[in-house]
Design a protein around this ligand. Structure first.
Ligand SMILES: Cc1cc2nc3c(=O)[nH]c(=O)nc-3n(C[C@H](O)[C@H](O)[C@H](O)COP(=O)(O)OP(=O)(O)OC[C@H]3O[C@@H](n4cnc5c(N)ncnc54)[C@H](O)[C@@H]3O)c2cc1C
Length: 408
């Protein structure tokens, strides 16, 4: 067991931190004010392309893509990527600067892993170049989508095409001005067993019949420039060559996509928790109430200590899950991925809550990133599968496993 990063990772951490110090933290206020100004709704912050070009020139690009994707990948393992994603997570929008942001990363992995050479040339290459963005289109308003076998949108063959009909909602990034591509999951083989009915297909956003029904808010925010949207698909026609992998293979693709996507979110959540704790530590050292610095109150010290312990636990669990993914594949690592998906956002939400409380009224404002970290991690406990679903599957698996062992 090795508890130190390799020299290669230490060097990357130093380069990424230097980039964050030079280009990301100094732009946080400008970014925040731009995207929250209603006049700029659905527009990208003007500094983004310049920072992307700088990050790419410095080799801080597509770091998320695991080493097995050869020519597409900068060659990092999941374990090597984990501390880098944590650093990016400290400023959530910064992931896009390094072409490492959700939902593009998961979609790129799908296309790299399962896409045909033609699909890769048309869609993966511009995604890897950061020229376009994408959305993953799964959840539906009329069915409980945490059980994806419920999904009802139809993807049915008709001549040389597939035709899509149905509704989706909570689709992140669909409003982004560069979003050109939807990966849509729906039903094709209606008479097959429940896990073999669904397919995943590429739908260019501009295809006739795709309508944005409304923009959905998250705790009152439009989340511009990407947003969350409810979508209607009405006789949407795309060529058969847009189907990924084959009819009825949608679950296979969703599993392949969500494993890495989930752990990336967790890595970033740890970055948010760590930053919230650091901001809290500085605040309590400089604030005096009832004749004492807040940092001299034992309840505050306990909050800091407990938060430190919880971050360390979650970070180690993330590293372990990432290491298992690298050694044995996402399928074998699924229990640890489920565990960290439950642990990390909950931990980050709790720590943001403590940091928020220690700031008094300022905590709920946008004067620090803490309130955003709180809401972001709250919804991450629902997005990519609610906590209860992961715990239900994990609990079932552990009960089965421990009953198969000899009683000791
Ligand atoms: C901000 C945000 C962004 C999102 N982005 C995307 C996106 O880009 N693309 C996309 O397709 N979807 C996206 N989603 C949707 C998200 O993945 C779904 O909301 C989630 O999978 C839950 O599905 P549902 O909303 O239909 O809830 P339901 O399936 O109706 O479940 C509701 C609740 O029931 C409970 N529950 C469910 N199953 C169990 C169980 N087995 N045991 C106990 N309790 C249970 C859970 O508490 C769950 O939260 C996003 C959601 C949010 C909030």
């Amino acid at each position: 067991m090795q508890f130190e990063h390799t020299d290669k990772v230490k060097a990357l951490i130093a380069r990424l931190e230097a980039f964050m110090d030079a280009h990301i933290y100094p732009n946080e206020d400008a970014y925040h004010h731009f995207v929250h100004d209603p006049a700029n709704l659905w527009q990208e912050w003007p500094g983004m392309e310049d920072l992307k070009a700088k990050a790419r020139a410095e080799g801080l690009w597509n770091l998320f893509l695991p080493h097995e994707y050869g020519e597409f990948s900068p060659g990092l393992t999941n374990l090597e990527y984990a501390p880098l994603a944590e650093i990016m997570g400290r400023v959530p929008w910064s992931s896009q600067v390094f072409n490492c942001s959700a939902p593009d990363t998961g979609n790129m992995e799908v296309l790299a892993k399962y896409g045909s050479p033609e699909q890769q040339a048309q869609w993966l290459t511009p995604l890897l170049n950061g020229e376009i963005r994408s959305a993953y289109v799964m959840t539906e308003p009329q069915v409980a989508s945490s059980d994806a076998t419920n999904l009802e949108l139809t993807i049915l063959p008709d001549g040389d095409d597939y035709v899509l009909n149905g509704r989706k909602w909570w689709i992140s990034g669909a409003m982004h001005p560069r979003c050109d591509l939807f990966l849509v999951m729906g039903k094709t083989l209606l008479d097959n067993p429940r896990h073999a009915q669904h397919s995943t297909i590429i739908v260019p956003r501009s295809t006739p019949g795709v309508t944005i029904v409304r923009n959905q808010t998250v705790f009152g925010s439009m989340n511009s420039p990407g947003g969350e949207c409810e979508l209607k698909f009405e006789n949407v026609r795309v060529p058969k060559s847009n189907l990924i992998l084959g009819e009825g293979r949608g679950f296979e693709i969703a599993q392949g996509r969500l494993g890495p996507g989930r752990i990336h979110h967790c890595m970033r959540s740890i970055g948010q928790a760590q930053r919230a704790l650091e901001i809290m530590a500085r605040r309590v050292e400089n604030r005096v109430a009832f004749g004492k610095k807040l940092s001299d109150q034992s309840s505050i010290r306990q909050d800091v200590a407990r938060s430190y312990c919880e971050i360390e636990m979650a970070r180690l669990l993330t590293f372990k899950a990432a290491d298992q993914m690298d050694r044995y594949g996402n399928k074998v690592a699924k229990d640890l991925i489920a565990a960290i998906k439950v642990v990390a956002p909950q931990m980050a939400q709790t720590i943001a809550d403590r940091a928020l409380q220690a700031h008094g009224g300022m905590g709920v404002s946008d004067d620090t990133p803490i309130a955003y970290f709180f809401t972001l991690n709250r919804y991450l406990r629902i997005a990519d599968g609610p906590d209860e679903v992961h715990m239900s599957q994990l609990g079932k698996q552990k009960i089965r496993e421990y009953n198969q062992q000899n009683a000791r």
